[in-house]
Write a protein that binds this ligand. Structure first.
Ligand SMILES: *Cc1c(COP(=O)(O)O)cnc(C)c1O
Length: 361
């Protein structure tokens, strides 16, 4: 046996389970398990990625100035207070590495993103899970769980896999109630799917201990490119930049993300299609006795009678070439998370679940 022992917490990490993408023996599958954009990336992002190939012998810039300027212009934010990472996952890691360690507690919520406990344990800190109320973040429960050791609170809004969100007033109440020494991370991976929602940017401007994270993996359709960003007070951004690798984002990733964020027309199209189809999905499933909360994201959370029915439905969907996500690992054993696909995919989901319910009756 080796005497080489990893640092505290690391052996407690359960490996992240990604969304399944293949079904054995089936070629015509529709993947609805990872909340990807069914329309793909913007054609302009594809072109920019292709164009970048000719200069791949060059190192990328270290300060991401051009991409930060483009993000700042699109969202009305100060580019100096933006940091870019290899997916928002990396930005979340910067936060944990810079602000938490052995002996510290970090709060995440019951149905929150499964990356949080991984990130928290990786720095040796202790994850503290707080219950949600009716699949919504419970501000009072979070405030009650704060101790002198709490360094960070992770909140996803809108939530994954719940698809629900809480109001800006509730988030402000949370920011207000936390100790000034405790960082509040607002993970806004799905913020673009909510018309008029700033992801928490205004709260960042109001409270010096709030940081917002965003991603190019969801509405921008660039999950494969790995680009995310964070927005916070200048002193926090300066801290995070100290532990960021200078060349964390590739030339191609920088070019594709910049083109994507500038393509407003494509963004508008993706937003409108998702808004229309997610409402249709929720309404159609309600008619056949499968309730979902109204979704603020690009997926829905379909609830079944119990775990057995949810798993039986998932098995049936697979026979129909439809891959969705089981969420028992998120404390939601009787539910399935289904990404809102294009119109054909949504129609196939409704037809398949209708057949499943009919067959079960
Ligand atoms: C998809 C998702 C992200 C995005 O992660 P990336 O590393 O940017 O791909 C972040 N948070 C939540 C809650 C998500 O669902």
């Amino acid at each position: 046996m080796t005497k080489i022992i990893p640092k505290p917490g690391i052996m407690d990490i359960a490996l992240y389970q990604g969304g399944q993408s293949h079904i054995a023996g089936m070629t015509e599958v529709i993947k609805l398990s990872s909340n990807e954009n069914p329309f793909g990336p913007s054609p302009k992002a594809i072109e920019a990625a292709r164009d970048s190939a000719a200069t791949l012998h060059r190192y990328p810039g270290t300060d991401h100035a051009s991409l930060r300027a483009a993000i700042g212009a699109r969202y009305g934010l100060d580019p100096a207070r933006i940091i870019c990472g290899v997916g928002s996952d990396e930005v979340l890691q910067f936060v944990a590495r810079a602000y938490a360690g052995v002996g510290d507690e970090v709060i995440h919520t019951e149905h929150g993103f499964s990356m949080y406990p991984i990130i928290i344990r990786a720095v040796g800190a202790t994850p503290v899970m707080v219950a949600e109320r009716d699949r919504k973040v419970d501000v009072d429960a979070i405030l009650a769980a704060v101790t002198g050791k709490t360094k960070i609170v992770f909140v996803t809004n809108p939530g994954n896999p719940t698809s629900t969100m809480i109001s800006e007033a509730e988030l402000a109440r949370l920011a207000e109630g936390l100790p000034e020494t405790c960082l509040m991370v607002l993970d806004g991976a799905y913020a673009e799917f909510v018309a008029g929602f700033d992801g928490g940017a205004a709260l960042v401007d109001r409270y010096p201990n709030v940081i917002m994270t965003r991603t190019f993996s969801k509405i921008y359709g660039l999950g494969g490119m790995r680009v995310g960003w964070g927005y916070a007070a200048q002193d926090i951004i300066d801290v995070l930049n100290r532990i960021r690798q200078p060349f964390n984002l590739s030339l191609t990733a920088l070019a594709a993300a910049e083109a994507a964020v500038q393509d407003e027309e494509y963004l508008t199209f993706c937003h409108a299609e998702n808004a229309r189809l997610r409402v249709w999905l929720v309404e159609e499933l309600a008619k056949i006795g499968v309730p979902c909360d109204p979704s603020c994201t690009n997926f829905i959370l379909a609830r079944f009678a119990d775990r057995a029915e949810a798993e039986a439905c998932d098995d049936y969907l697979k026979t129909q070439g439809l891959i969705v996500r089981r969420v028992a690992g998120y404390n939601l054993p009787n539910a399935l998370r289904i990404t809102v696909g294009d119109e054909t995919a949504c129609a196939r989901v409704v037809a398949a679940i209708t057949a499943f319910k009919g067959g079960a009756a």
